[in-house]
Write a protein that binds this ligand. Structure first.
Ligand SMILES: Cc1ncc(COP(=O)(O)O)c(C=O)c1O
Length: 463
């Protein structure tokens, strides 16, 4: 029988997170405060616990994972690496396609890989309650799950459009004991201000982040902190367990060389998690195409400038050096709610600036088509976010066929779509359309960045 799943034992779970900051030729520029000067760790203390702030700024290459965290992660990790033989056959490609199935976690995506450590470090620091935002609901349910296992309270601001599109995600959060409200809400000043200006807004991750931060920093007990599911360095760090496992599994499968590493990109965390160990290989001379994929309707990496911008709409976060469509940008209400973010992880942005990654953007109809091809060959139903990665994988596999090359393609199957079936329903009923962001919209966002400090562009020109 041909092997489909490449598995690792529980005790083969990676014991350390890999920090790409130790190896990037030019690490990202520092975040800036309101005075335009680099922020100091203590300025983040009202928002995050100091033990996570230390990870955020660390340049140590390897960081030990505490045993209690490993024990919880072992509920679903190491996650299986699958060979997508049925898809290969259907496409008639000589490429060998592998995918990391992150949909096997209790909430159904890669998000608990960081939710569990974030809840754990907050608990160690004496924090009792976490606030957060969620787009598609995968992150909110991951943090709800982690908080329930570690005994913390959890409050989630869910982007209005996803709150309406994905009612079952809210019920999952409730099942794990969290409180989930639609954003913008009337519970915060940031939410009330937006509702006064745009009462019918579909919401955005930028708005929901403002609400969650505001609730954390205004808690008079000082026992609440904010938790972010993507973008920041410590989140990328926690996800690197995916790529480390994948490398061991590929070696077990007898693969000596990887040609393409692919993942969808919202704030960058699942992609970083798989890709960063391979970025290290590329820095050390390996020839690998490292491809993050985003929606055409929210083209942060492919059409937005590399700039300093706020991570949220109400400008509560420091200025981050990243590709950004502008903090006021409200992305069109596509079903891939987790990819509707105006910015991008500074670490991924720096990899793009450096030429280590080559991003691309796809329309949603092509992605749904790819998701259906996937479900009808490989069986598992992907999240709409994940379908962006699948569309790129199919393109790469078809290219390998045209070129007659036996390429090895690895991608991150970031989550299942069993809570996203209303999106599939809209697709089947022909209600979905493609949407390219008009240039005027991009220009409007860029206008907003004009008065902010400009990041210097550091690149070696090697890739
Ligand atoms: C299944 C899935 N994949 C991908 C993403 C995008 O986030 P990130 O870029 O941080 O991985 C999300 C976000 O909600 C998601 O739920």
């Amino acid at each position: 029988m041909e092997t489909t799943k490449i598995l690792l034992d529980d005790n083969e779970i990676p014991r350390q997170w890999y920090n790409l900051l130790a190896d990037l030729p030019n690490p990202p520029l520092p975040p800036l405060g309101p005075d335009g000067k680099p922020i100091t760790p203590d300025m983040l203390a009202p928002v995050f616990p100091m033990n996570l702030i230390e990870q955020e700024v660390s340049t140590e290459r390897w960081i030990d994972i505490p045993d209690e965290i490993l024990q919880i992660l072992s509920l679903w990790r190491p996650s299986p690496l699958y060979r997508a033989r049925r898809l290969e056959k259907a496409l008639g490609t000589p490429a060998r396609i592998y995918y990391k199935n992150e949909g096997v976690s209790p909430p159904g995506s890669h998000k608990p890989n960081t939710a569990v450590p974030q809840a754990w470090y907050n608990k160690q620091f004496g924090i009792e309650r976490l606030t957060t935002e969620t787009g598609a609901g995968q992150w909110g349910s991951a943090l709800a799950f982690a908080c329930s296992l570690l005994g913390l309270e959890c409050k989630v601001f869910m982007v209005r459009i996803s709150f309406d599109q994905k009612p079952f995600r809210k019920l999952m959060m409730q099942t794990w004991g969290a409180n989930c409200v639609a954003s913008p809400s009337d519970e915060t000043q940031a939410g009330r201000d937006i509702l006064a200006k745009m009462p019918n807004t579909p919401g955005s991750l930028g708005i929901a982040i403002s609400e969650a931060i505001e609730q954390a920093v205004t808690d008079p007990t000082g026992k609440t902190r904010y938790s972010l599911g993507s973008v920041l360095n410590h989140v990328m760090l926690h996800q690197t367990i995916i790529g480390q496992e994948a490398q061991k599994q590929l070696a077990k499968a007898g693969e000596k060389k990887v040609d393409a590493v692919i993942g969808c990109c919202g704030g960058g965390s699942n992609f970083a998690g798989l890709a960063f160990p391979f970025v290290n290989d590329k820095i050390n001379g390996a020839e690998i195409d490292i491809i993050p994929v985003e929606p055409e309707s929210c083209p942060t990496m492919t059409r937005a400038p590399f700039a300093y911008d706020h991570g949220d709409t109400a400008k509560m976060t420091p200025l981050l050096p990243m590709h950004s469509l502008g903090h006021s940008f409200v992305p069109p209400p596509i079903h891939a709610g987790g990819l509707r973010y105006h910015g991008m992880s500074p670490m991924i942005s720096q990899c793009i600036v450096e030429g280590l990654m080559t991003p691309r953007a796809y329309h949603q109809l092509k992605c749904y088509e790819a998701a259906i091809t996937w479900a009808r060959t490989e069986g598992f139903i992907p999240a709409p976010e994940t379908s962006h990665a699948i569309a790129a994988v199919i393109d790469e596999a078809n290219k390998a066929k045209e070129e007659g090359k036996e390429k090895v393609i690895v991608f991150n199957w970031s989550g299942h779509g069993l809570m996203d079936l209303l999106g599939y329903d809209a697709y089947f009923q022909g209600k979905l359309t493609d949407y390219s962001l008009p240039q005027e919209e991009i220009d409007k966002g860029v206008e907003e960045l004009k008065d902010l400090p400009k990041p210097e562009v550091h690149k070696t020109g090697k890739w």
